[in-house]
Design a protein around this ligand. Structure first.
Ligand SMILES: Nc1ncnc2c1ncn2[C@@H]1O[C@H](COP(=O)(O)OP(=O)(O)OP(=O)(O)O)[C@@H](O)[C@H]1O
Ligand SMILES: [Mg+2]
Length: 327
């Protein structure tokens, strides 16, 4: 009996269902009472009575947004982000674009006074490991909003008929939880549209997505990220206010990333320039991985400074393992 109540308590807590949580707590008090533990029962009831009313409010403005719960939990991941613009290496024009989008969204009411809205539908496209997902985290970090990532793979692995329903549930969540909504690996919509046996159903999903994007008045920032921009048709493109390309880094950008990651552990500017030449053609993600490997070596050696050979060795090791894609 008590085990059931405890299970209910835990479950309702896990699901954020405050009403059931309260009910289970009262049941616990009743069980204690009928077992003759009158004092314990009274103590439990006193605790329940002291719980602030706000703890039972399920809706309303959500400021501190925890991970999504209930049915959305496995298709929507949410969390606060620490990434900032100074953490990411971007082409100057892309950096300007993102800064501008941030200013517009920070000055929403000012814009609205003149009858315009901030641009908030962004399409990030380009090579793997070049910062699409990272840039979405940067937007979230800069705005102080949680990054809500929609897991398209999970969305599509389910029974296809339910996909449009789940998409609708996500869009219904947007006005309730302000955030940066990242529709990552967005091409799986378009790809599935091409490959799926059930093309009719897939088209319905894409159409539903586009309608939801059109109808969305939430004010949340919506980012779609894809490696395969060529799979998207014009109807999809038209929905986005801002399109940002993410390319493989130039040699200068590789050096910039190395500096970002390794100057605090003593790597000199001249060394980064020399090392960057060794990683030409790599993605940002692979360069970042080599930097982390070098720091690991340094730490294990009980050193405080990373050396040029540490980084060189890390780069060589990754090359031996054929890690850098396409090089
Ligand atoms: N432009 C960049 N500046 C700084 N670091 C970067 C950049 N791009 C990638 N990184 C590093 O590489 C990691 C992986 O990059 P990210 O996940 O953003 O790539 P992506 O473009 O989303 O790739 P995919 O197409 O495979 O999803 C980031 O977490 C970050 O550490
Ligand atoms: Mg990504």
């Amino acid at each position: 009996m008590k085990a059931d109540i405890l299970k209910l308590l835990l479950q309702s807590h896990a699901e954020g269902d405050e009403a059931s949580f309260r009910k289970a707590a009262l049941q616990l008090a009743a069980a204690e009472s009928s077992a003759g533990h009158v004092r314990v029962a009274e103590e439990i009831r006193a605790i329940i009575a002291k719980m602030p009313a706000t703890a039972f409010r399920r809706q309303g403005p959500v400021v501190d947004i925890a991970a999504p719960r209930g049915e959305l939990a496995d298709i929507l991941e949410g969390g606060h982000r620490e990434e900032r613009l100074h953490d990411i290496v971007l082409r100057p024009e892309s950096e300007e674009t993102l800064k501008r989008v941030l200013s517009e969204n920070r000055s929403r009411s000012r814009l609205e006074r003149f009858g315009v809205q901030p641009r908030r539908r962004l399409l990030f496209h380009g090579t793997p490991g070049c910062g699409k997902t990272f840039a979405a985290a940067v937007l979230a970090g800069e705005m102080g909003l949680p990054l809500m990532t929609v897991r398209f793979d999970a969305l599509f692995s389910r029974f296809l008929g339910a996909t449009a329903v789940q998409l609708r549930a996500i869009f219904a969540e947007m006005p309730r939880r302000p955030g940066v909504y990242l529709f990552d690996e967005f091409d799986s919509v378009a790809k599935a549209r091409g490959d799926s046996q059930d093309v009719g159903e897939m088209n319905r999903v894409v159409t539903a997505f586009l309608q939801l994007v059109d109808a969305d008045m939430s004010g949340s920032i919506l980012v779609a990220a894809t490696n395969h921009v060529e799979l998207l048709d014009r109807a999809v493109f038209r929905r986005f206010d801002v399109i940002v390309p993410f390319d493989k880094p130039t040699r200068e950008q590789i050096a910039e990333l190395m500096k970002l990651r390794l100057s605090t552990v003593g790597l000199t500017e001249e060394a980064t320039t020399r090392l960057a030449a060794q990683a030409e053609g790599w993605s940002f993600a692979d360069v970042a991985r080599a930097c982390d490997d070098a720091v690991r070596t340094m730490a294990l050696d009980h050193r405080e400074k990373v050396s040029e050979p540490d980084v060189l060795e890390a780069l060589e090791e990754l090359k031996r393992r054929n890690v850098p894609a396409g090089s």
